[in-house]
Design a protein around this ligand. Sequence first.
Ligand code: HEC
Ligand code: HEC
Ligand code: HEC
Ligand code: HEC
Ligand code: HEC
Length: 334
Amino acid sequence: MTPTKIERRTLIAGTIVFLAIIVVGLTVAIAAGQERAAILSTTVTPVATATVTVPSVIPTAMAAAAASPTVNASGTVSSKGSYALDFTLPTFGKAGCLVCHGDKNLVVAQGDLTVSYWIDEEAYKLSAHASITCAGCHVDYGYKAPHGQVGGPDWKAIAKQSCKNCHPQQYADWNLGAHAIRPVGVGQPDPKAASKPLCGDCHGSHFMPVLKDNPAGKAEVRAQAQQMCGRSGCHPDYWANYNDYYHGAAYKTGAADAPPCWTCHGTHNVMNSKDRTAPTNAENLGGTNSCGAIGCHQGAGPALASYVPMIHGRAAITEKNPIVMFFSGLFGGK
Ligand code: HEC
Ligand code: HEC
Ligand code: HEC
Ligand code: HEC
Ligand code: HEC
């Protein structure tokens, strides 16, 4: 259709709809930000963490339930499902939750999508969290409540930061860095809260590998720079421009000794390079927690600093290079 055929009325109506969508979108985004900040400002009280007192003798009613759990494992659930959700778990701990979530057929219809709520017990057993209970992270899920009354819309954010209860050091480090969520004033939530990563946004949920004394687990995480740092909504631009010959290009081709983002930027206490304490700050590059680290460029002199702009700027720098420009002109490059 040519533009001349577009009627004025259609144009005006289109504009109104467009503006309405923007207004609604902004309102939702702001609300989401406030909501997240609100969650973060309240300390999550574990409802049922590892401290749950597990009776040494299972009460008769529960033993009976264990023998015949009130679960109708007939496959697909739509929203409320065919599972009896008004339950007292037949067993405490992981086993209780897995009465239902250990069923491969547990899927939930969410709009047009079918989402699996199956937790692969075998994979979970190999994870770093094999020894903790489900409610260790799902602190808002008790052993008695029907799901409908617990959780609520924030259940994901709650699980993604439950980690602080057991990993206080990493939480403290995260809290000092650029990813921390900080209210900007009294009653004024961090406007960037919704875009900052909670623990679970980087680490995932159920199948985190053991890192300690486990080279395979470390290698698995080491290879996740794009998912952790470079995915859309985070730093896709810096993933894309991390392309210099010695670091980025080598990392992307899988070189075992090439650094992922956090080798230079730090893992939890990530700071902007303008911050004087950042390992990437121009003043600190020679330091042993920066380029001068053991195994990297230990003892390298000031010449090192002149290379640094290449790390994220190779393309930009080579584009401006007169020799490169001459040859690319010669061979019909842009
Ligand atoms: C009786 C079966 C059953 C048991 C036992 C059970 N769940 Fe669920 N769970 C479900 C079903 C069905 C859904 C999807 C429907 C819903 O959310 O109401 C679900 C959804 C969830 C969700 C996603 C919530 C959402 O809003 O999408 C989480 C998290 C969860 N369960 C955790 C747990 C934990 C932790 C336990 C153990 C304390 C547990 N479940 C025990 C059946 C069960
Ligand atoms: C280390 C923390 C942690 C533990 C332990 C944990 N979960 Fe989760 N769980 C999460 C997080 C975080 C999410 C949200 C993932 C997302 O972003 O969708 C989640 C999501 C879920 C969901 C929604 C479907 C899905 O896979 O995203 C279910 C169901 C669930 N958990 C059940 C369980 C059960 C059952 C156990 C115990 C066997 C368990 N969880 C143990 C952190 C945990
Ligand atoms: C920006 C992404 C990111 C966020 C957010 C994040 N982590 Fe990590 N975390 C990592 C990476 C990457 C590693 C692996 C470091 C390595 O292999 O040397 C790691 C390692 C860990 C380890 C292993 C021990 C260690 O310190 O190396 C723990 C435990 C941990 N994180 C917990 C947490 C907790 C708790 C939070 C939330 C307060 C959190 N993480 C938030 C990226 C993140
Ligand atoms: C109820 C306590 C508890 C909660 C909640 C918890 N963890 Fe853990 N986590 C542990 C234990 C115990 C280990 C294994 C022992 C250890 O620390 O090395 C572990 C191990 C890990 C490891 C591997 C560390 C290594 O060096 O091998 C990572 C990474 C990790 N947790 C991240 C998280 C993240 C991210 C969350 C939240 C989504 C979380 N944990 C929630 C208790 C917990
Ligand atoms: C070899 C060390 C190194 C690695 C690896 C590295 N960076 Fe950087 N990065 C730097 C330095 C140094 C700066 C500051 C100077 C500059 O911008 O060139 C920087 C700047 C940045 C900035 C701008 C904010 C700031 O602190 O100045 C972002 C965002 C960033 N890097 C993200 C990433 C991501 C994402 C990855 C992984 C895909 C990554 N970096 C890998 C060294 C590194």
